[in-house]
Design a protein around this ligand. Structure first.
Ligand code: AMP
Length: 389
């Protein structure tokens, strides 16, 4: 991966500048409260830098998937403003429209309401991009998790703003991926789990050329297990991708579990039963790797120098099918390899199994994570590159 030159927010004097920061504050919210503030915390460094420099700071983000152009309470960033105010220990007013930005004085901060309430966000409309860029002297792109989208708040505004640069988080994310992908210390093991091969096909193909081994888990593993000729009963898998799975397995080492945890229903209360891989019955679903496999795979991580992890190894939301994910998460954390983990469900697993401290770099990106590994250029990053020459 080649990292282009992109101007960093560190290189710009922000004193008395109107600074608009695109952060990724798309966090889970329940009953009006933020339930995981990891993405907010990850955005604080750039926000603090701008505030300390004496800028007038407005942060913007999307939240969830509202109908574009329509306000909806459930997608309001109000709970995020509240949490941000607690973390910064200062007031963070919520601004309904971009035109409300001038209310924020130098040295103060405001949060613009969900950018997806604004018409033209997803279509990257020139009109909305102009409205946003009119509000700032410096646009700071810090939303790595949304950098694979060319939206008005990530791309159009960067094109039109008087100056555009990368925030500290985006910069750190890109450097972590460059470190992992350009010249990874070998052996490199990639752990790719999750529901469907189809969503991670390209990433598996790219990793087949980079990694020494790929451990596949979750529904993805089921397709590989079926491709290896085993009965998988009623497990989630993608029959149309059996050929593709065989092809990938022919290019890089992909182990098949020797034992698995099966259930008869996709249910929180389903009983988990250990089965040898050649013993799965027609009415059973594979929902996790078994204990022998988990231990063996954890041991294979001992000699790894680089580990990349995206996606759970089973239905970890149900505790009885979470052991495979827990054991491997712990093995990654215990390993001395450089490790990078990312993706929404992966972060939830990292939280659930308390392994944050053992992982070298935890990425806030899911889609952006996969697209970088696939070798794609992230549109928002490309725009910053163009604005940096
Ligand atoms: P993804 O968004 O592709 O990373 O998929 C994550 C989801 O895959 C999680 O919600 C898991 O519960 C689910 N998952 C993992 N393993 C399995 C499995 N064996 N069968 C069905 N779903 C699974």
């Amino acid at each position: 991966m080649h990292l282009p030159f992109i101007r960093s927010v560190k290189d710009i004097d922000l004193r008395n500048q109107r600074v608009l920061i695109r952060a990724d504050l798309n966090v889970p919210i329940k009953d009006g409260l933020v339930t995981s503030d990891a993405r907010i915390v990850a955005s604080l460094a750039t926000i603090r830098l701008a505030l300390n420099a004496g800028a007038s700071v407005v942060v913007m983000s999307h939240l969830g998937r509202p109908i574009e152009g329509q306000y909806a309470d459930q997608y309001s960033l109000a709970p995020v403003a509240q949490r941000l105010a607690q973390l910064l220990d200062r007031e963070v007013p919520l601004l309904a429209q971009p035109e409300d930005c001038p209310a924020i004085e130098f040295g103060e901060i405001g949060l613009l309401e969900n950018v997806r309430f604004l018409m033209g966000e997803k279509s990257n409309s020139a009109e909305l991009s102009q409205r946003l860029s009119d509000q700032c002297d410096v646009f700071v792109m810090d939303a790595f998790g949304t950098a694979h989208r060319a939206h008005a708040s990530t791309h159009g505004v960067a094109e039109l703003a008087a100056a555009a640069c990368a925030g500290l988080l985006l910069d750190a994310e890109l450097k972590a991926f460059q470190h992992t992908l350009s010249a990874p210390q070998k052996p490199m093991v990639a752990i790719i789990g999750g529901a469907k091969v189809s969503t991670k096909l390209e990433v598996l193909g790219s990793l087949a050329g980079i990694a020494d081994r790929i451990i596949v888990g979750g529904g993805i593993a089921n397709t590989f297990i079926a491709a290896a000729g085993y009965e998988i009963g009623k497990s989630l898998y993608e029959p149309e991708l059996l050929g593709v799975a065989k092809n990938i397995a022919g290019r890089v080492k992909i182990p098949i579990p020797v034992d698995v945890m099966v259930g008869r229903a996709f249910d929180e209360a389903a009983t988990a039963i250990v089965k040898n891989i050649d013993d799965v019955a027609a009415d059973e679903m594979i929902m996790d790797i078994g204990p022998v496999t988990a231990r063996a795979w954890a041991e294979t991580l001992l000699d790894a120098q680089t580990i990349m992890w995206n996606g759970p190894l089973g239905v970890f939301e149900f505790d009885q099918f979470g052991e495979g994910t827990r054991v491997l998460a712990q093995a990654i954390a215990d390993s001395s390899a450089y490790s990078i983990a990312g993706g929404g469900d992966t972060l939830a697993a990292v939280d659930k199994y308390c392994v944050t401290d053992g992982i070298s770099y935890i990425s806030t990106g899911g889609g952006a994570f996969l697209e970088l590994v696939e070798g794609k250029v992230l549109p928002a990053v490309e725009m910053l590159r163009l604005r940096s020459v």
